[in-house]
Design a protein around this ligand. Structure first.
Ligand SMILES: Cc1cc2nc3c(=O)[nH]c(=O)nc-3n(C[C@H](O)[C@H](O)[C@H](O)COP(=O)(O)OP(=O)(O)OC[C@H]3O[C@@H](n4cnc5c(N)ncnc54)[C@H](O)[C@@H]3O)c2cc1C
Length: 295
């Protein structure tokens, strides 16, 4: 389990980091929490010649919020900080829930939100709620910045759009709409430190009447190589008064859209069943919270 020989850099400013990322190219890897990277290095799946530790760069860390505009979360912000943030719990509840479910206390205190999306595991905890909440990512290089929706950043299992010389620096979350609520759930053997068999996030916005669905995002994880944004569920519910019959139809539609595989964690058939269960549950929860009626 020895690591390969590598050179370690601990830059202190974004300019230094971006210079290193540009100069060292694909011979280097960014070290954030190391909870995925070091395992891959120990298993010889990756043998970087250089590690660029971004933990000493204050600009890549923390959560800021501007009323009416939304929140910005630095890519190197620890999952535990997100889990414990009152702002995230109040405004972006699904992300708060997902952060609290990732791994264990020890893992959450090391792991970062940026690492979770950059590792791009199909079962990752935070991308589905971030996508449901409309998060964009900021990608930086020595040449400048570009911004794109998180669902376009993750291309598949361990694949992102990051090109050589680029890194993820922050997540930008819009201000939640009035009469909206988000929630998250997973199914899996969490107590055994197992990754999710299925996870899901919903973000629901109601009209002023507190009954008609104005906008809706339902995002599934672990049932496709990347977070799967439902097309059919908003088609069924948006513009209609929320009711049990439509929820049942929406749950069946989500189950049909899922593209799960069978593996040691669950069969594809079981995953489809769980998608329907989670969709029903989360849609009801989000409606209860957004309408002020509770669950
Ligand atoms: C015991 C255990 C349990 C776990 N349980 C869960 C779980 O329940 N749910 C879950 O989702 N994950 C889980 N994980 C996986 C892991 O903890 C998360 O994916 C974590 O968020 C990764 O973040 P990190 O900061 O540790 O990333 P790192 O390991 O530092 O990096 C991961 C990858 O992303 C790259 N990278 C990191 N930051 C950036 C950046 N800003 N820009 C560009 N590239 C970057 C790195 O170079 C590397 O390739 C678990 C891991 C362990 C060891």
């Amino acid at each position: 389990m020895f690591l390969n020989h590598f050179e370690y850099f601990a830059p202190k400013t974004p300019v230094e980091v971006l210079d290193l990322v540009g100069r060292l190219g694909d011979k280097a890897k960014i070290l954030a929490g190391g909870t995925d990277l070091l395992i891959m290095m120990k298993e010889k799946m990756l043998k970087p010649e250089y590690l660029i530790d971004i933990n000493g760069v204050a600009e890549f860390k923390g959560i800021s919020y501007e009323p009416g505009k939304g929140a910005v979360i630095g890519a190197a912000t620890k999952i535990s900080e997100i889990e414990q943030s009152d702002l995230i719990r109040e405004k972006y509840f699904a992300l708060h829930q997902a952060a609290g479910e990732l791994g264990s206390v020890q893992v959450r205190s090391m792991a970062t939100i940026g690492g979770n999306s950059c590792h791009a595991s199909p079962a990752a905890e935070t991308p589905p709620p971030l996508v449901a909440l409309g998060a964009k990512v900021v990608i930086s290089s020595a040449a400048g910045e570009r911004e794109l929706p998180l669902e376009e950043f993750i291309l598949g299992n361990r694949k992102t759009v990051l090109a050589e010389g680029e890194m993820l620096t922050k997540f930008v979350l819009p201000e939640p709409a009035p009469k909206s609520a988000s929630c998250y759930a997973y199914s899996g053997l969490r107590d055994a430190m197992e990754i999710d068999a299925v996870n899901m996030a919903v973000n629901l916005v109601l009209e002023d009447d507190s009954r008609t669905v104005k906008d809706l995002r339902l995002v599934m994880g672990s049932v496709s190589p990347r977070p799967l944004v439902s097309v059919e569920v908003p088609g069924i519910l948006v513009g209609r008064e929320f009711n049990d019959e439509l929820v049942q139809k929406a749950a069946e539609a989500a189950s049909g859209e899922a593209q799960p595989i069978s593996d040691i964690r669950a069969s594809a058939e079981y995953r489809r069943e769980v998608v329907a269960v989670l969709a029903r549950r989360l849609l009801q929860q989000a409606f209860g919270a957004a309408s002020g009626k509770g669950v």
